[in-house]
Design a protein. Structure first.
Length: 130
């Protein structure tokens, strides 16, 4: 059953569609794209090309066939309002967590950017927006 939000907001538009979200409910990445597009559609919330959204979902590892946790995150330079699935970066969560083993502190954070390449799940990924 679809519910309609009748709440009036002073500064933003309520764009969420329960029926549309329900149609996507079995695909967390599709829901991420939907949420991201709604945020990016309202330039009072997000500048063009700005913003950052992500979700974690379980996916099959292409090498082992085992289920693994993947973080899908907006690709660098992408626009939330028009982003498609192809505009996302997909990273292994366990590898992201392992970055804490090599993190040397805030003064060395630029080193971390290249290390994100070692976390890529989907080789067709965009560079992650970090």
């Amino acid at each position: 059953m679809s519910t309609v939000n009748t709440t009036t907001f002073k500064h933003v538009s309520y764009l969420w569609d329960e029926k549309k979200a329900a149609e996507l409910s079995n695909d967390q990445v599709a829901l991420l794209v939907y949420r991201s597009n709604l945020l990016g559609a309202d330039l009072r919330l997000t500048n063009y090309g700005g913003g950052n959204t992500s979700c974690k979902a379980i996916a099959k590892d292409p090498l082992t066939g085992k289920e693994t946790e993947v973080m899908w995150i907006k690709g660098s330079g992408g626009d939330l309002g028009t982003m498609k699935r192809s505009g996302l970066a997909a990273l292994y969560v366990d590898r992201l967590r392992n970055l804490t083993n090599v993190y040397r502190g805030i003064q060395f954070e630029d080193e971390m950017v290249e290390l994100f390449n070692h976390c890529i799940y989907d080789l067709a990924s965009k560079a992650p927006s970090i």
